[in-house]
Ligand binder design. Structure first.
Ligand code: ADE
Length: 238
């Protein structure tokens, strides 16, 4: 069972997402346990401030180190020796998320997500605790909750047994080098549009070829960078 700790000033945002769909199913199947920490409850009374002005001046507020440090310590207090713990800070100045990173994180025993707000968090928290600084793309969101949920979703669905057939995660786009092929279901004709005949033929080899062609065509059009990589000769691994 993977233990996930979510540190946030907005617990409702996080709860809204972990209480539905795959993230919830994973919890019901006892494959994951979520603990949501409200950062305000780790801040000093009487004002319970979690942010302050930046040293050196400049615009925007910075999240104070003490509430974050206390919440991280609380999230790690019952870690067993040998447990693989990752402290993740979603941030636009991090490494861009990839399928490989999600796979790696899905093998951890404990994931701690720091949901940043305002202009950022005190660098000393990053220096002391954070193991993974992850960006979900070259754009800026208002807070860390949405990127955290994106990262978490990509990780949880990779835990064997969470999806009905692990296969359905293995054949996703990015699980291999090409984008996913087109999918169809009933009815065979919808509003004048028909399902490609090969898919109805029951001929497995022809279906596989059609799907690969479809993947190649889509990858070439939507992701020329991936297509180029796919065509490059593979390095021999010994
Ligand atoms: N926080 C704000 N923007 C972000 C991004 N693009 N990725 C991860 N965390 C963020």
């Amino acid at each position: 069972m993977i233990s996930v700790h979510l540190l946030t000033p907005f617990p409702d945002m996080v709860n809204a997402i972990i209480n539905e769909s795959i993230l919830k199913i994973a919890e019901k199947k006892e494959m994951v346990k979520y603990t949501v920490h409200n950062l305000f409850s780790y801040a000093d009374p009487p004002h319970h401030r979690i942010d302050d002005y930046p040293f050196g001046g400049g615009s925007g507020m910075i999240m104070k180190p003490e509430p974050l440090s206390r919440a991280i310590e609380e999230s790690t207090k019952d870690v067993n020796p040998g447990d693989r713990v990752r402290v993740i800070f979603p941030t636009p100045d991090g490494k861009v998320l990839s399928h490989a990173t999600s796979e790696e994180l899905s093998k951890a025993d404990r994931l701690i997500f720091i949901n940043g707000h305002y202009k950022g968090i005190d660098q000393r928290i990053r220096d002391r605790y954070v193991t993974d600084e992850i960006s979900i793309g070259d754009y800026v969101l208002t807070g860390g909750e949405l990127p955290t949920m994106v990262i978490l979703d990509t990780v949880i669905r990779l835990i064997p047994g969470v999806l009905n057939t692990y296969e359905s995660a293995e054949t996703d786009s990015f699980a291999n080098e090409l984008l996913d092929f087109a999918h169809y279901t009933r009815p065979e004709e919808f509003d004048g549009m028909i399902v490609p005949e090969i898919l109805l033929s029951g001929h497995h080899q022809k279906i596989a070829t059609w799907r690969l062609d479809n993947q190649l065509e889509k990858t070439k059009k939507n992701r020329p960078d991936l297509f180029k990589k796919y065509l490059e000769p593979k390095e021999e691994s010994e």
